[in-house]
Design a protein. Structure first.
Length: 241
């Protein structure tokens, strides 16, 4: 555990990964703030999920309640409007001619980090925590640690700061991310993740599955479901098969 001498800003979308990252930061830092981005995403329901997750964490985890600071939502829809991807427009989720998924929003994580760093500079926070991950790689080049290392260096040069871009999920599988949630907050945090977080690209909140809400067919749902089922078999082998 790191000394609690500085604070963290969590890039908090309201999804499974950022929920695990929020818990990870609350377990390590004396002050944790969150930032979300409205970029015109089709699954804008995730912005509502953020509030529900924060509320339940504050209510159910007394040790974290005093550490959970302000929430910020930044309107960057002008950025989303130029992306023309399946994340921001009603188009098919498929692989493009470039070999990338049509859900890839070019430069999204880079933009998020620039905005987050500018906010963190004003809020006196030194750690930028994000749920980027290479292990369950979905074809997003801005999730690679090399990309984030270069971004971290550019931010520190450009702002004369000492930011750290922390990615606690970088080398974890989705099953291991569920395991991290259990390790950090036990079954209550697993329940919050299942019942409140949102990952589905299509914004489907109709049916609650064992792994959470979602359409069950998009790539995000596929990853989340497969990860949950793999973790569940490891966690509760007596019920497997």
């Amino acid at each position: 555990m790191k000394p609690m001498s500085d604070g963290a800003l969590v890039l908090f979308s309201g999804g499974q990964d950022s929920t695990a990252c929020l818990a990870w930061a609350l377990d390590r830092y004396a002050r944790v703030e969150t930032v979300g981005f409205d970029y015109g995403q089709r699954h804008s329901v995730e912005l509502e999920a953020r509030l529900a997750i924060r509320s339940r964490i504050s209510r159910e985890f007394s040790a974290w309640r005093d550490r959970l600071g302000e929430d910020h939502v930044l309107d960057i829809r002008s950025f989303g409007s130029i992306a023309d991807t399946a994340m921001t427009t009603d188009r098919a989720i498929e692989t493009t001619a470039r070999g990338l998924p049509s859900t890839f929003v070019p430069g999204r994580n880079l933009v998020f980090l620039v905005y987050a760093a500018a906010l963190a500079d004003r809020r006196g926070l030194t750690a930028l925590v994000g749920g980027m991950c290479e292990t369950d790689f979905s074809g997003y080049p801005d999730c690679r640690r090399d990309t984030l290392d270069a971004t971290e260096r550019a931010l520190n040069l450009g702002m004369d700061q000492g930011f750290r871009v922390e990615t606690p999920l970088m080398h974890l599988t989705k099953a291991q991310t569920w395991g991290l949630a259990k390790a950090l907050g036990g079954e209550p945090l697993v329940a919050i993740t299942v019942e409140e977080s949102h990952t589905c690209y299509l914004g489907e909140r109709g049916a609650l599955h064992s792994w959470g809400y979602g359409c069950g067919a998009c790539p995000a749902c596929d990853l989340r479901r497969a990860g949950y089922e793999a973790w569940d078999v490891q966690e509760r082998p007596e019920f497997a098969g």
